[in-house]
Design a protein around this ligand. Structure first.
Ligand SMILES: Nc1ncnc2c1ncn2[C@@H]1O[C@H](COP(=O)(O)OP(=O)(O)OP(=O)(O)O)[C@@H](O)[C@H]1O
Ligand SMILES: [Mg+2]
Length: 345
């Protein structure tokens, strides 16, 4: 065997059986995904990517609703590799609604990151699989195929749902069901396309840590911090403001929240549903909630006002159709009881 062949052969051996070496090299990054991403993968995150990574490290379930082009998939690729290499042995499952999305979005980023890595990252890399050794691998699965998440168990496991608002509820439930091991994590990220389904419900569940990322905060848009090539731009946002938002007269400081508007280049606007979803990373309104906007309700629920003061009761009586009758009890500014009845029988 010539020298070159011998070297290639040894390299391949190291790639396939190098697990123990990896473990000792990368173990120290377990609590520092950002350092792993920086030192090994050559990635620099912007602050909101950092927040998401911190959340994944600290919590079992993280759900992120976000604008387009802010780096969700990019970050998910970094975190997949961080978890895989720093928690040996581990399983990383990534999923998205279609095979095309799995292959061309997250796994394209994973391939790119491995190619540009500063370190030799062992493992055999296929289109949507990276195997370090038996029981230690990352795998991409599409939820429109016959996927059985129930079959996967490991003490160290990360499940990433990209484009999570399109992941069917039954898969979502299966994933929540399997991610119960000691060091199991789930990261669900996506554009908040509709106020329905498990992605939406996760934002109202205490079992999930929730984050929202608006394009308005991105360094390319604010002009503060290092620009990121390929991500959302100020020009795109300006176009969308012009196309999707209605200009309004400047509200008084007190009325700003209720007016549900934002300032852009010194003018005031009210967003439409597309702008909410694609630029602000907020759920659109569904037709039933037009009178009292969903995000007003969410804001009120998050306000944490203490019940104090006089007690009021109110009733909204339903008669025909699908509505329920509702009785609410309010103490001061805080609703302390809400009951609904399908019918008055
Ligand atoms: N921290 C970063 N460093 C370098 N490039 C980045 C970074 N974050 C994102 N990018 C690049 O910005 C572009 C948009 O990122 P990405 O596709 O991850 O955004 P996204 O939020 O998933 O978008 P979408 O809403 O379309 O799914 C990509 O070209 C990606 O490679
Ligand atoms: Mg994406």
């Amino acid at each position: 065997m010539g020298n070159q062949h011998l070297e290639d052969f040894c390299r391949r051996l190291r790639l396939v059986f190098g697990g123990d070496v990896v473990d000792s090299r990368f173990r120290r990054y377990r609590r520092s995904p950002e350092r792993f991403a920086g030192e090994i993968l050559n990635s620099r995150w912007w602050p909101r990517q950092r927040d998401i990574a911190r959340c994944v490290m600290q919590s079992r379930r993280t759900v992120v609703k976000s604008a387009n082009g802010v780096g969700k998939t990019y970050l998910a690729a970094d975190l997949s590799l961080w978890f895989l290499y720093c928690h040996a042995p581990s399983i990383v499952l990534t999923t998205a609604p279609t095979r095309r999305q799995v292959e061309s979005l997250l796994w394209e980023e994973i391939r790119r990151r491995i190619r540009r890595s500063n370190a030799e990252l062992p493992g055999v890399l296929l289109k949507t699989k990276l195997q370090i050794r038996e029981g230690w691998f990352a795998l991409g699965l599409a939820t429109d195929e016959d996927v059985r998440f129930q079959g996967f168990h490991a003490e160290n496991m990360l499940i990433v749902m990209d484009e999570a608002s399109g992941v069917p509820d039954e898969i979502w439930n299966a994933i929540e069901g399997v991610a119960v091991g000691r060091n199991n994590r789930v990261l669900a990220i996506g554009n908040p396309l509709a106020p329905a389904g498990q992605f939406y419900r996760a934002f109202r569940s205490s079992r999930w840590r929730t984050l929202t990322v608006s394009a308005m905060e991105h360094p390319n848009v604010t002009g503060r911090g290092e620009a990121i090539e390929g991500a959302v731009t100020r020009e795109t946002v300006a176009d969308r403001v012009a196309e999707w938002c209605e200009e309004i007269s400047p509200p008084t400081a007190g009325a700003r929240q209720a007016a549900d508007c934002f300032e852009w280049d010194g003018r005031w606007y009210r967003p439409n549903d597309l702008f909410l979803t694609r630029v602000l990373g907020e759920f659109p309104e569904d037709a039933e909630n037009r009178l009292i906007l969903l995000r007003w309700i969410e804001r009120a629920m998050a306000s944490g006002l203490e019940p104090a003061g006089p007690v009021f009761m109110a009733v909204d009586v339903a008669r025909f159709g699908q509505d329920c009758s509702v009785i609410a009890v309010r103490r001061g500014e805080s609703v302390v009881r809400l009951e609904n009845f399908a019918a008055w029988t």
